[in-house]
Structures are given as C-alpha cells and as structure tokens.
Design a protein around this ligand. Structure first.
Ligand code: GTP
Length: 399
C-alpha cells in the first residue's frame, strides 16, 4: 500500500502532494530531530486561566490570543528557530513497516516455523497456542485462530512454508478485522448557529503511555497534510507536559493553549483551547489530558467535566485512548476503565517498537470494541503511523 492509499484513511481528507504540503507548512527546513527540552519558545501571561502561546512564526494572534498576550507576537519571529518539516509520509510508511517487521518477527517467525513442519502433532499445536498467548493476542482470539488453523490444515493441508504463510496471513488478518473504520474524524463541523467549528480530538490515557508525544506527532501529521491545528495542554498535573506540548507545536508552527499554573483546572484549559481554535478558524483542536487519577470516580469526574465544557464550544470528534503496547494485561485493564468512563472512539497503541507482543492490537480491539487507529513505533517525531491491518500482519510475518 502506498501513500495515496493511506492518508485519506488517516485523516479523512484529500491527499496533498508533498510539494504543496511543503509550501503550506514550512518556511524553512529544520533538523527533524526531537523537540528541544526547554520548550521555551512562546509567551504566557501569569494569572490568566489559560494562555494562547503562539508558534515561532509571525502568525496573527486570534481574538482569544489577543486578549491574553502581553506583547506583539511578531517580535518572537525575528529570533525564532526554523520550523521542522515533518518526514515525507511516503517514506515514513516504508520505514515504520520495516521497524514493525523487526519488532514483530519473533511472533510471525515462530508461528511459521511450527506451521511449516511436516506433520503437526499435538505438541506442535500446543506450541502454536503458547506462542499466540505469549504475544498477548488474548485467550478468546487465540482459540478462534487455533480452530481456524486446525480446520485449514485438516481440509487443505499445508504443504510448504509459502502456503503456511498464506494461511496464517489470512487468519491473522481476519482477527485484526480490516473492516473496521479506522479513519480519524478531523474534519471541521458546523455549530447550531451555522458557524464553522473545528474538529476536537481529546487524547486520554494513563500517564507515561505517550499521550503528549502522540498529540505532538499527530499535530505534525495534520500540519503536513495542510490542516490548521491548535493544541490544548489540559494535562495540568505535570507542568512539564505543557512545555513538552508547546515545544512540539512550535516546531511545526502550531499554537498551544496552556495554563501558567500547575494544577489549573484542565477543563478550563480545554475550553479555552477549543474557543481559541474556533476563533482562529482552525481545522482541528487536539486536547492533551492528564492520566494520573487515582480512581475511577475521579477519572470519570475529570473527563466528564472536560467533555461537558468542550462541547459548549464544539462537539467532540474523537476520543483517542493511548495505550502502551509493552504493558500487556495492565494495558488491557486501563483500556477497560477508560472505555467505561471516556467514550473512547479509537485507540493509539504506542511503543510497538519496544515489544514483540503485537498481538495486543487484537486483544485491545476486542476489549473495547473500537479500532486501533494509530500506532507509535519509536520516539522520533514522525514515528506515528495510521494503523493498517495488512501492513501490520505483513510486518508480523515478515516480508
Ligand atoms: N519507543 C517509543 N517510545 C515512545 C513512543 N511514544 C511515546 N514514547 C515515549 O514514552 C515516554 C512518555 O511519553 P509522554 O508523551 O510524556 O507520556 P504521557 O502519557 O503524556 O505522560 P504524562 O504527561 O506523564 O501523563 C516518552 O519518553 C516518549 O518518548 C513510541 O511509540 N515508542
């Protein structure tokens, strides 16, 4: 599958050719490296509930920004570092798939080794089952796959490695479910009064799973495709999270709405972000949230409040749950809780590069009944890819 197949799936918008993207997004090529640690590229106003932080470019402030910014934005532009150019998406897909193939090969290789044996005895079937369970596919899907494989082997026989691969590919693909709608809803909508409202994507999940990083990477993808984006730093629990987000944004010319105080009301920041996005005519507002809530009631209260205030300005288009693929059963437990409290519409599975347990994709989709839409495959700024079932299964099996 190539870029033209992929991008509409990711953002539900027309594909923009690379040259046009560059023209829209980038003034100058940057290093492409990870965001700097200081995040100190914008201005902020003490005392305000939330501050609109301009990107490092001479962008006209929005009405909301103008209320809160103490000095003209253009002053920053003189000394601002150059903007990044997000990696070309065509090359990115190939690179990420190769990485997936490397990380997933233990699963695919082990399965294929067993399945290619001459006569499959019970020990071989046990080995297959164990391999699937160890890869975090989950008990139910493992049973299904075992039954399907046994049937295929009995009916058709598996003569050689090529045939074994074809059978396995078909069955794994069925488990991952290519029919699920994995498109991200990032198209602006219309308010009751007929005015244009941005698509609002809220990102939730336990701390450390990669939420802020994912919001930053996603902003790059959207910007690269020609969308205008505003970020909302509603993870007010950890002060550094707002700095981190602001840094991601400023690298691609995206403004961040944040609070200047630790522990500020996340709902107020989220509201201000959506309001700024609306005033700004942005296409998408991405809202980062905190995940450090001790119990389910607290989580429900906080996410419920954020959702309520956001929807006063614009409906929520997506609630993306970020899960760390390396956490296995813990991740599934988290998924269950967030699924109950947050109305999750899609899953982002991060750190797939750090595990051979790609089977978690299947388990988590089953657990929540919503599709994996994006996968994180590294710490680099462009290591986020739309989840593509065929590429994923091919990655697991190795090309
Ligand atoms: N290897 C790898 N690392 C990742 C990936 N995504 C995120 N990370 C790393 O995971 C760590 C945590 O990421 P954050 O984005 O800060 O996590 P968070 O969920 O926002 O955490 P809090 O702000 O504490 O709630 C960082 O070191 C990221 O670089 C990925 O796909 N692969």
């Amino acid at each position: 599958m190539d870029l033209t197949d992929l991008l509409p799936v990711l953002i539900g918008a027309p594909v923009v050719v690379a040259g046009a993207v560059a023209a829209v997004v980038v003034r100058r090529r940057g290093s492409g490296a990870r965001p700097p640690a200081d995040g100190s590229t914008g201005t902020s106003t003490p005392g305000a509930a939330a501050t609109v932080v301009p990107p490092d470019v001479a962008v006209e402030p929005t009405a909301a920004a103008a209320e809160t910014m103490p000095s003209p934005v253009a002053a920053d532009a003189v000394t601002a570092p150059p903007l990044d150019t997000p990696a070309p998406t065509a090359g990115r897909l190939r690179r990420l798939r190769e990485r997936l193939a490397r990380s997933g090969s233990p699963l695919g290789a082990r399965l294929l080794t067993v399945l290619s044996r001459d006569h499959l005895g019970e020990d071989d079937w046990d080995e297959l089952e164990e391999t699937l369970l160890l890869a975090d596919i989950g008990a139910g899907p493992t049973d299904e796959l075992m039954t399907a494989l046994r049937t295929r082997v009995r009916v058709d026989g598996v003569q050689d490695g090529t045939q074994a691969r074809a059978v396995l590919r078909e069955q794994l693909l069925a488990l991952v479910d290519p029919a699920l709608d994995r498109g991200l809803r990032t198209t602006p909508g219309t308010a009751e009064d007929g005015s244009r409202v941005p698509a609002v994507v809220m990102v939730v999940g336990v701390n450390g799973t990669g939420k802020t990083t994912t919001v930053g990477k996603l902003a790059r993808v959207l910007v690269a495709d020609g969308s205008t984006v505003v970020l909302g730093a509603a993870d007010t629990f950890r002060a550094a999270a707002a700095d981190q987000l602001q840094t991601w944004g400023s690298r691609v010319g995206v403004r961040t709405v944040r609070s200047d105080r630790d522990g500020a009301d996340p709902a107020a920041v989220a509201f201000d972000a959506v309001k700024a996005g609306r005033a700004d005519g942005a296409d998408v507002v991405l809202v980062d949230t905190a995940g450090r809530l001790q119990n389910k009631t607290g989580l429900m209260d906080e996410l419920g409040k954020i959702t309520r205030v956001i929807t006063r300005e614009a409906p929520l288009s997506e609630v993306l749950l970020v899960l760390d693929a390396t956490t296995g059963q813990n991740g599934l437990q988290q998924a269950r809780v967030f699924g109950e409290v947050a109305g999750v519409t899609g899953i982002v599975l991060t750190k797939l590069d750090g595990t051979a347990k790609g089977g978690i994709v299947v388990a988590v989709q089953r657990e929540l009944g919503v599709p994996v839409k994006l996968v994180g495959l590294g710490e680099g700024p462009d290591d986020l890819a739309p989840f593509d079932p065929e590429a994923f299964v091919d990655g697991l099996l190795g090309d």
